[in-house]
Design a protein around this ligand. Structure first.
Ligand SMILES: [Zn+2]
Length: 245
């Protein structure tokens, strides 16, 4: 299984691709999401493979119900039962071995680590980006003792500015972020979600060297990634995870 990893992050982590799983058809092959169809057996096997290759224990993985909002959830000291079905788009963990993850298929997954065991996983689609979910996660980590200078952030595979065409009403909400909107006379505006999140993090006090933006576009690379914009609903989902401690 080929996971996308960032050389910048000082924690066990990975961004899954669609490769290396057992699902077929629109879910082929490494679908780890259970929300959009697919058989439960396939999803379970895919998740088992991801945990095995990714280096974390599946029972230690916490994900939330993602709602394109700005809610942050700290999972420490809480059981999986307490956390089940909680709505959040950013998760923070510090207990050694605990893993947090977000599901995506075009939205931006952000993984954060401070090198001292504190980690965060963030789901930022365009609404979450506008709601500054990445900054909420950063501030959440600062509140529990992280220092800005120690932060490392990797933005994973997501729909790129090449493919993310939007309406004017969406573009207008990114206009204040330098480089986030590209316009041409012949096409509708295009938004660069990773660039927008970069600008938010820089605005919050991180420096460019602390942020890895190198991941590819999910919509361009059909063989490697699921893309909601490209293929519509009822497709597979990818998981981005990071392990605390
Ligand atoms: Zn693209």
């Amino acid at each position: 299984m080929r996971l996308v990893r960032s050389p910048l992050l000082p924690a066990v982590h990975g961004f899954s691709t669609r490769q290396g799983g057992v699902s077929t058809g629109r879910y082929a092959s490494l679908n780890v999401g259970a929300r959009w169809g697919d058989t439960e057996g396939n999803v379970q096997e895919n998740r088992r493979r991801l945990a095995s290759d990714g280096g974390f224990a599946l029972q230690q993985l916490i994900c939330a119900r993602q709602v394109h909002g700005a809610t942050l959830l700290r999972i420490d000291g809480r059981s999986a039962e307490e956390l089940a079905n909680r709505e959040a788009d950013a998760l923070i963990a510090t207990d050694p071995g605990r893993a947090v993850g977000v599901y995506t298929a075009d939205c931006v997954p952000l993984l954060m680590a401070d090198g001292r065991g504190r980690v965060a996983a963030v789901h930022a689609g365009w609404r979450g980006t506008v709601a500054r979910i990445a900054v909420a996660a950063l501030e959440g980590l600062l509140e529990i003792g992280a220092h800005k200078r120690d932060f490392r952030v990797a933005l994973g595979p997501a729909i790129g500015p090449c493919c993310f065409e939007v309406g004017e009403e969406v573009a207008a909400q990114f206009e204040h972020l330098p480089g986030a909107v590209a316009r041409s006379p012949s096409a509708r505006p295009h938004v660069d979600l990773r660039r927008a999140n970069l600008e938010l993090l820089l605005g919050a006090g991180l420096s460019r060297e602390q942020i890895d933006l190198a991941a590819p576009c999910t919509m361009c690379e059909r063989e490697r990634f699921f893309s909601f914009r490209r293929d519509g609903g009822q497709i597979g989902q990818m998981l981005s995870f990071i392990v605390a401690g």
